[in-house]
Design a binder for this molecule. Sequence first.
Ligand SMILES: CSC[C@@H](O)[C@@H](O)C(=O)COP(=O)(O)O
Length: 325
Amino acid sequence: MSALPASVGWTGDAVRIIDQRLLPGQLSVRDLATVDEVVDAIATLAVRGANVIGSAGALGFVLGVRAGLDADDTAARLIAARPTAVNLRVAVGLALDAYHAGRDPLGVALGLLTADDEQTRRIGELGRDELAGARVILTHCNTGRLATTGWGTALGVAYAIHESGRPLTVLATETRPLRQGARLTAWELAASGIDVELLVDSAAAAALGTGRVDAVIVGADRIAANGDTANKVGTRSLAVAAAREGVPFYVAATLNAIDPSTASGADIEIEERSADEVLDTPIEGVRVWNPAFDVTPAELITGIITEAGILRAPYSDSIAKAVQA
Ligand SMILES: CSC[C@@H](O)[C@@H](O)C(=O)COP(=O)(O)O
């Protein structure tokens, strides 16, 4: 896995990404030289995962202002590329603020990459200690090295457990319709020597019912002020099933996934994507609902593992304290 190139980086005049649409068959590194290319890469999930789209967005902003484009318009276009993950808005907003304050936005963007590495390592360590007895964890979508510029959030916990020498099996859900679990998580973990078992999304409740899963850990695209959490569609079903079986359900996320200005999950904008991700051949008379994310109510979440500690219910209090600190 050390051979894996950075999920996102800066070449000096372009944003370098791994085209995640082509994985695992093809490891293709692409240099994006214009804002249009960055917006397209984010919107089409060539680059994806809340933390990485934040970093890519901030670097894309640098391309825009260097090309003489209007700063506010560039920021708005990047932020609109994907509406649910608040990390994108936060990261581009920081670069925009730096630009308006006469500072170099590139310094801000590069700082985000380093901070994400440090923060996700801390999340991994805290999660490893919290889940001291866990041997089998179940996760959804991809929250690892491809989705961050570090270890990953939920998968950061898996990497930290593995690094400590404890035996670990990760059950990875396929994650329909774009199969981030099958294409990215399973590939990434196997390449790191972590025991991984893939299951289709609809088998997850059955897996939880067997009693072999010690904990569910997922990432987050946006955490509201009351702890309600938006993450890849299917997360809510996992939380419901975990509650039914008495399996702890954790969210792991950097603090920049918390949006204190969003009061509850009902206020989170959920991205809806095109029908052709679900239906290969359109069928006359059939509509498709393809939300990319869903919201897990805070009451189903055992803890939110952040770089600043593990937040617990009542989340309105623990979240307010964490974002003020
Ligand atoms: C650290 S990544 C956290 C989330 O962004 C992740 O769980 C997720 O839902 C990603 O969705 P995606 O649509 O693949 O960008």
